[in-house]
Design a binder for this molecule. Structure first.
Ligand SMILES: [Zn+2]
Length: 200
């Protein structure tokens, strides 16, 4: 799931070391790419990792055959399971199963839209999209908030701050110092009367 809602198929791999980094996932780019590889669940695959680029599956080394390993269903990563331990929409895990793009967003379950070889979720409240966009906004070149990551953003979204000053107060408290909390409160009071453009 990208920040703009694009759904990108991803392969979950048995952990493998590539260039000193343990790789557990590799991108499959889009539905057409998956079809061109002819890759199925359980296949042994070639992967390529260059620099910081997301590792990608480049081909099938050995197609899965025969029966799945006895513990196959227990090896489905927890992140791919829903509340009742069922596979989430868009998750393919059965031995030799073929991949198909899901017709619903795996994250928020709203309808997925297809444009050419790309599928996307258009729900503006879809959680991974919100987190991704907030990460960009809080990073360098934008608000430059130190120490904020996916986890903190998910927590903020869960408590639904309605205004900018709410967010600032939370930040002050998190630092745990009375000075910074007071400072943050002052900042929140003034910020509600001033537009950001009037700041020096
Ligand atoms: Zn969604």
């Amino acid at each position: 799931m990208g920040n703009a809602g694009r759904l990108t198929p991803r392969a979950h791999l048995d952990p493998v070391e590539v260039g000193g980094v343990t790789v557990r996932h590799a991108t499959l780019h889009n539905a057409d790419y998956v079809a061109s590889l002819g890759v199925r669940v359980g296949d042994r695959v070639f992967i390529r990792r260059a620099g910081d680029v997301i590792p990608q599956v480049t081909g099938v080394a050995k197609a899965a055959e025969g029966e799945p390993p006895p513990d196959w269903s227990d090896r489905v990563p927890a992140e791919l399971l829903g509340e009742k331990k069922e596979a989430r929409p868009g998750v393919f895990w059965r031995w030799r199963e073929k991949f198909e793009m899901p017709d619903r967003c795996p994250a928020c379950d709203s309808k997925a839209f297809q444009e050419g070889k790309y599928w996307s979720c258009r729900n503006p409240k879809c959680l991974p999209q919100l987190i991704g966009r907030t990460l960009i906004l809080s990073g360098g070149g934008a608000f430059e908030i130190d120490g904020i990551g996916e986890k903190q953003i998910a927590q903020l979204i869960a408590i639904r701050p309605r205004t900018c000053s709410t967010s600032i107060e939370i930040r002050g408290r998190r630092r745990g110092s009375s000075h910074s909390t007071a400072g943050a409160r002052r900042a929140s009071r003034t910020s509600s009367h001033r537009s950001p453009r009037s700041d020096p």
